[in-house]
Design a protein around this ligand. Structure first.
Ligand code: FMN
Length: 312
């Protein structure tokens, strides 16, 4: 007789049920379709596609990536095909998968964000939206949307009105004085979940040439180097709000996943690890399955609740 017990890794994030708590992060997994021959997309908890804007964007000059100790810098300049080309050319290829596909949305004005969501609302095959609010607001002189609670509230409320059909996640910037304040502003304006967090503004130079290692001059730091800082942000955000938190920053191993869950995340996303190995997200799902079965927990919610009891 088999002693195997079915392991249930599913998690409930508001109205959205994911088969497991591990998603591929925006900008590190293309539009998902490019990875389909390398990874069985249906094994993932979900995937967040590259950031989509109202019009196509060519992006920043090369070099766009550079390695740093325990991490990497990127300055891709939010290159993307634009929301209409995404709907026409990329989304149809994703519809055959049962995995949750979220569209990452950004803009330089509030109207840009609303227009991108309006176009996506008419399309089939998406599980939700993720607003990237780490963008400079051109109407406010380039100040980031994500660092001002008033602007965050305004932006999320407008996006909420446009996003009638689907859950709205808000991806916070890590570069804020009080993440709890920003998290509460997003929750108060109608966010269904928060992704914590984006990359950290950073730079790398070659002192011999006096030049930046990135064509754009500066970029965003990601990878294991940021994990302890983002872990603290997730912990603080999870204490500030009741909506689910999706932890994101430097995850490479199943231990990293469990650390994020233990400080209050209900799910995680994996970014830079997919550059090291394209099937990293899939491997983490397998490792989580193995870890949960060894712990004889059989549900991910049991593991989470045990961690929560310890961490308060
Ligand atoms: C090359 C690259 C492109 C990215 N593009 C986006 C993007 O379009 N939208 C977004 O919200 N985040 C973007 N990110 C940020 C990641 O989704 C993630 O927040 C960050 O890399 C931290 O996670 P990690 O340490 O697991 O990589 C990008 C990151 C990288 C490395």
């Amino acid at each position: 007789m088999s002693t195997a017990v079915a392991i249930d890794l599913s998690v409930q994030l508001g109205s959205l049920r994911l088969r497991n708590p591990i998603l591929a992060a925006s900008g590190t997994f293309g539009y998902g379709v490019e990875f389909a021959h390398l990874v069985d997309l249906d094994q993932l908890g979900g995937l967040v596609v590259k950031g989509l804007s109202r019009e196509p964007i060519e992006g920043a000059p090369p070099p766009r990536l550079c390695e740093t100790p325990s991490g990497m810098l990127n300055a891709v300049g939010l290159q993307n095909v634009g929301v209409r080309a995404f709907v026409a050319e990329k989304l149809p290829g994703l519809r055959k998968y049962a995995t949750a596909v979220l569209a990452n949305v950004f803009g330089y004005t509030l109207e840009d964000y609303v227009e991108v969501i309006r176009v996506l609302e008419d399309a089939e095959g998406l599980a939700g939206y993720e607003l990237n609010i780490s963008c400079p607001n051109v109407k406010k002189g380039g100040m980031q949307f994500g660092s001002d609670p008033g602007l965050v509230g305004e932006l999320v409320a407008s996006a909420r009105k446009a996003a009638v059909r689907r859950p709205l996640w808000v991806k916070l910037s890590p570069l804020v004085t009080d993440i709890g304040l920003i998290a509460r502003a997003a929750e108060g304006a109608g966010a269904d979940a928060l992704t914590v967090a984006n990359t950290y503004p950073a730079m790398a130079v070659d002192f011999r040439t006096g030049k930046s290692l990135l064509g754009n001059g500066t970029g965003g730091l990601s990878g294991p180097a940021i994990k302890p800082i983002t872990l603290k942000l997730v912990w603080e955000a999870s204490k500030a709000v009741k909506i689910p938190i999706i932890g994101l920053g430097g995850i490479e191993t199943v231990e990293d996943v469990l650390e994020y869950l233990s400080v209050g995340a209900s799910a995680v996303q994996v970014g830079t690890a997919s550059f090291v190995h394209p099937s990293a997200v899939r491997r983490l799902v397998d490792d989580l399955h193995e870890t949960v079965s060894v712990a004889k927990a059989f549900t991910i919610s049991k593991i989470i609740s045990e961690f929560r009891a310890e961490n308060g």
